[in-house]
Write a protein that binds this ligand. Sequence first.
Ligand SMILES: [Zn+2]
Length: 113
Amino acid sequence: MTKLPKHLYCSNCGTLLPKNLMNSLVLGEIAYCEDCGQKFQFKITGVESEAKRKPLIDWEKTGVDLQQNMEKLGKNIQKVTKVVVRKSIKTAHKVGEEVKKFGKEVKKFIEED
Ligand SMILES: [Zn+2]
């Protein structure tokens, strides 16, 4: 943050500058002395302008990345689930075939006897 003095005086006419004018300056706005019309503008220091240009964390990008990762995760879960279900169906079908075969064997055995 830019360190502000408690009171600011116009460098041109010496008038005490009002608080709202100082607030405008803090926000980077141009302000004018009410008495003589002297123009004021605070220069933001290099560190701050650098921070303004390049935020430490790009939340928008982070959000998009997170969303994409969640989508990927969801797709993977869907894929794995499908494979498991498909395998289960195959297994059930196989078991069914075996039971059928066993049933035929039993029937044959009973009929032969
Ligand atoms: Zn002035």
